[in-house]
Design a binder for this molecule. Sequence first.
Ligand code: MD3
Ligand code: FE
Length: 211
Amino acid sequence: MSDLFSDQQTLKQVVAPGITLLKRYASTTELMPLIQQIKTQSPLRHMGTSMGHNMRVSSTNCGNLGGYSDDLGYRYLKNDPLTQQAWPSMPSAFKHLAINAAMEAGILNFNPDSCLINHYPIGISMGSHQDKEERDFSWPIVSVSMGLSAVFQIFGKTRSGVELEILLEDGDVLILAGPARLYYHGVKPVKADLMQPNLTDRYNMTFRQAR
Ligand code: MD3
Ligand code: FE
């Protein structure tokens, strides 16, 4: 077994019903080169929204389906509209990480077909939203954080009113299932780390079973 998952340092925290945090679960030194490779095939880009704005984060995908947003809204696509090719395939290390993390949260048979990769430079945030374009909400979303830390906000069943804030650090994996699956959520502006001035970015991967 590789050390991409289940090392002795991992701490499992059930933050709330349906929200499981695995501290330091992922080895980002092994994941980041794979992300760099994916970026060369399907570059990061600022996707649009149905409101005619551009997202503050830039994004790409790997896997059979990619989460894509433009003026037509959010949906899952087989091909990257930028390259008109299939999204890069999902590295087996990514898939195993997501499946094993889901198992840690008690979810068997998770089979992610989509991995959305979001890039946050310092100062960038993500506004409150729901993830609701997947077919079956009984499958979890598995999120892997890399690089700079971020404060993740969960607002619950409505867009406003902070219910919970969770610090997501390098290597942390968050599993969203059950009642939490459709909660509104967002990310506060990413801050620089004074102790690591060369660290200038946060990456997040979200694994989904879209179809
Ligand atoms: C809670 N990404 O890509 S990951 C997204 O850090 C997204 O890039 C954030 O929200 C990021 O859609 C947060 C954690 C996450 C993902 C999906 C959720 C938390 C969630 C769905 C429901 C509730
Ligand atoms: Fe989301």
